[in-house]
Design a protein around this ligand. Structure first.
Ligand SMILES: [Zn+2]
Length: 126
């Protein structure tokens, strides 16, 4: 009766089926995957954020007499931390004038904007 029951493929009688396409097997599998495209939108958003942040930092630093050409490029490095570092450093170094509210350098005795004496202990006594 049926001697070649289980081994239908292994019965080496004839040539393997579809021998012509044997070499193309793996190649076809690879191309069908496609690789997937890189979505450009996140990058565009990050770049826009970086440029906007650097511009803001540059202008703000220039307005305060900070080293704008040093702070501006720093704003291009990464998006939240550069701004945080910039704000921390500049706001620590300068303190707002109690009268006009604008920031004066920490070592200044008088506000450069309105001339108010900033240090109580250095005020000229009688
Ligand atoms: Zn002032």
């Amino acid at each position: 009766m049926g001697p070649g029951g289980p081994g239908r493929a292994s019965s080496g009688l004839g040539a393997p089926p579809a021998a012509g396409g044997a070499g193309r097997g793996p190649e076809r599998l690879r191309t069908s995957r496609g690789g997937g495209r890189v979505n450009p939108w996140p990058w565009a958003l990050v770049i826009a954020l970086l440029v906007g942040q650097a511009t803001w930092i540059f202008q703000d630093a220039r307005r305060r007499g900070e080293a704008a050409w040093l702070w501006g490029p720093l704003g291009l490095l990464n998006v939240p931390s550069s701004l945080i570092v910039y704000l921390l450093v500049t706001r620590r170094r300068q303190r707002p004038c109690p009268v006009c509210g604008r920031r004066a350098p920490r070592g200044a005795r008088y506000c450069p904007h309105c001339g108010t004496a900033l240090r109580g202990e250095e005020a000229t006594g009688p």
